[in-house]
Design a binder for this molecule. Structure first.
Ligand SMILES: [Zn+2]
Length: 50
């Protein structure tokens, strides 16, 4: 199960579909690879968020 995290909004979405919709409507772009991490990587990402 993959969750998608939007780094710009500090928000988490339950599916890639919801995230894509969010990015298109809120940020006006699609497929922001930088924003996308899955749940398994969220702990690792914590190290970069100090
Ligand atoms: Zn966002």
């Amino acid at each position: 199960m993959t969750k998608v995290y939007c780094d710009k909004c500090n928000d988490v979405f339950g599916s890639r579909e919801k995230f894509d919709r969010h990015v298109e409507s809120v940020h006006g772009e699609s497929g922001c690879g930088v924003c996308i991490i899955d749940a398994a990587l969220s702990k690792i990402a914590g190290f970069f968020k100090k």
